[in-house]
Design a protein around this ligand. Structure first.
Ligand SMILES: C[S@@+](CC[C@H](N)C(=O)[O-])C[C@H]1O[C@@H](n2cnc3c(N)ncnc32)[C@H](O)[C@@H]1O
Ligand SMILES: [Zn+2]
Length: 275
């Protein structure tokens, strides 16, 4: 399967050197790590859009402790149930690639050339490529996915922004969209430390739920209480936007904790696209 040129929407094919080119002559360099940057300048407001390097690094360290594995496994299980041999799978807002590894390990028959990851942060694509899963990785915006219509049988979005019109364009009719995000009690302990009144933390299922083109197939909450020690406490905090909106005193209060009992709680919903 080919990428679609973000400028003229023709197919991109391997060109001279490490490039992808379309028939019109637009050319995109493939980074030495193996991802391709298909984000056009006008498609983002910032020069470094998406999650910061520090946030991505904290997330990578936290994921390496395996405390999120039960969640990743639950998502991969859903994907495995719906997987059709040879069909393509897309992760929109794939971040630093932790979940991609779980799909490859747990979806029987899924090969790396059928697995695609998109993130708007170049650093995320770079870290994901460094995992060397062989998945196809690019930098692009969820609002302008560089793929042809009806390219994917399944699409996943985990804690990431998505554009429903784009999902509907690149998904096959009958295909599945899996949306995962925080349940209301996710990271309760951290939120109590930084907010006087705990703000509900909600996943954004609304656009799909409001549309007749979608049918909810499953909705599952997975939850676990974990005991954390430093420096993992700071990493769990640092991978979320909470850290970056907290005051220096609140950050200090998290960093000085010698232990923390925390709830991880996730909602995973799967929707079928009626076309
Ligand atoms: C909270 S993180 C989740 C990453 C990953 N799915 C995970 O759960 O670890 C959100 C991700 O979406 C990316 N992102 C933010 N805005 C985006 C956009 N408009 N298009 C594509 N990716 C975007 C960020 O760079 C970040 O990697
Ligand atoms: Zn082109």
């Amino acid at each position: 399967m080919n990428y679609q040129c973000p400028v003229c929407h023709e197919a991109l094919n391997a060109g001279a050197g490490r490039t992808l080119c379309c028939g019109t002559g637009h050319s995109f360099d493939v980074a030495k790590q193996g991802y391709v940057n298909l984000l056009l300048a006008h498609q983002s407001r910032s020069r470094t859009p998406g999650d910061s390097r520090a946030m991505l690094a904290a997330r990578s360290r936290l994921f390496s402790t395996k405390v999120y594995d039960f969640f990743a496994e639950a998502i991969a299980e859903r994907i495995a149930t719906e997987h059709i041999p040879g069909a393509q799978l897309l992760d929109v807002g794939c971040g630093e690639g932790y979940y991609l590894e779980h799909y490859l390990a747990r979806v029987p028959g899924l090969s790396p050339n059928q697995l695609w990851g998109v993130d708007i942060a170049k650093e995320a694509a770079k870290l994901a490529a460094q995992r060397k899963t062989g998945a196809q990785l690019c930098v692009a915006a969820s609002r302008a996915l560089p793929f042809f219509p009806r390219s994917f049988h399944q699409i996943v979005s985990i804690f990431s922004p998505y554009d429903l019109a784009e999902i509907e364009r690149v998904l096959t009719p009958g295909g599945m969209f899996h949306l995962a995000g925080p349940a209301p009690d996710h990271l309760q302990a951290l939120k109590q430390i930084i907010y006087d009144r705990v703000a509900p933390h909600a996943a954004n299922f609304d656009p799909v739920l409001g549309s007749e083109r979608w049918q909810e197939i499953t909705a599952r909450t997975v939850r676990r209480t974990i005991q954390l020690l430093p420096p993992t406490i700071t990493d769990l905090f640092g991978m979320t936007p909470y850290y970056w909106s907290a005051t220096p005193a609140q950050q200090q209060s998290i960093q000085s904790r010698s232990e923390l009992s925390e709830t991880l709680a996730f909602e995973i919903r799967s929707y079928r696209f009626n076309g």
